[in-house]
Structures are given as structure tokens and as C-alpha cells.
Design a protein around this ligand. Sequence first.
Ligand code: AR6
Length: 169
Amino acid sequence: MKVTLVQGDLTEQQADAIVNAANSSLLGGGGVDGAIHRRGGPEILEACRKLRAGHYGGGLPTGRAVATTAGLLPARWVIHTVGPVYSGSQDRSELLASCHHESLRVADSLGARTVAFPAISTGVYGWPLDDAARIAVAAVRAAETSVEEVRFVLFDAAAYDAFLTRLSA
Ligand code: AR6
């Protein structure tokens, strides 16, 4: 599997699937989640509401992933995952790694070959960039998956540099 990096906007990616750094409500929020729902249109929220009305009545647990349509976005699917909120006193890195593993497992079930990830948990959820990059890169490298390209899409130069450092390590 090839791991690539771009600095840019996740919602503009041509990929089979893009991963949303969602929250357990699946009903939208700020950051990349807000951008996905804004640009993808109401079809994504409608699909999320159906998930909430069905199997995910209690919300999507942290570290898990589930797919919906990508609505008007160039991707085919959005894979929603819930990153852990950063804690200085508790080690939640397994949950952050799980977001990546579970997203790739869902991608495999869809037959997706190209999957674009944002830097999960590094915005509102407060995870330090360097540490999040270390965990994310290690998790996708360790994954057993049929996905051929994992593309990390970093919004700003600081995030891009953090991932580049990890990828080159
Ligand atoms: N494309 C790529 N990356 C982006 C984009 C974009 N369009 N917009 C923001 N980022 P965040 P989290 C980067 O806060 O920390 C939401 O309200 C951003 O710079 O989106 O996992 C959800 O509903 C940062 O590096 O997600 C949850 O409640 C990274 O994406 C909560 O935030 C992740 O930042 C999730 O927090």
C-alpha cells in the first residue's frame, strides 16, 4: 500500500472514499465534519440520520467507523469515524489507531482502493500534531488491507510537515 501526503481540502479529493473526523452523534459539527456536510449536501446527513435511527441509535462509539454516500462530493463514499478527545493524563492512542484500522476495514468492505484521511483528532479534539501523525502513519502502515493508496490530506503547512516527518522516519 502506498501512503501519500497532500496539503489541501479533503472535500476536494478525488478518491473512492474520504474519512470524516466526525463525532458520535453523526449529525455534523465543525471542522472537517462541517465542511463535508456543507459541500456534500443534505444526502449525507440524511444517510447519517438513518444510521442513528437504525443500528447506531446510541451513536457511533469512539474508534469505530461507518460509511455513507458522499452526496455531491467527488468521492464515492464518506467513512465517518469518531476520534478520541486528547487527554494529557490517559493514553488514548489505541483509539486513534483504531479509527484508522476501522476506516480501512470499512473501505475494504466497500471495495474502495483509494482512501483520503484528514488528521483525525488534531483540531477540536486537541491531539498534538506530531503525536497524532506518528500514530496515524504507524496505524495505516500496520493495516492488513486491500486499499492501494492511503492519502493524508492536511489542511495547513504545520500538519503537512508533521506527517511528512513521520512518513520519512
Ligand atoms: N480538509 C482537510 N482537513 C481539514 C479541513 C478540510 N476541509 N477542515 C479542517 N481540517 P477537526 P477533530 C483539519 O476539528 O479534532 C467536529 O466538530 C483540521 O485543521 O475537524 O477530530 C466534529 O463534529 C485538523 O487538523 O476534527 C467533532 O465534534 C483536522 O482536520 C470534532 O470536530 C481535524 O480537525 C472532531 O474533532
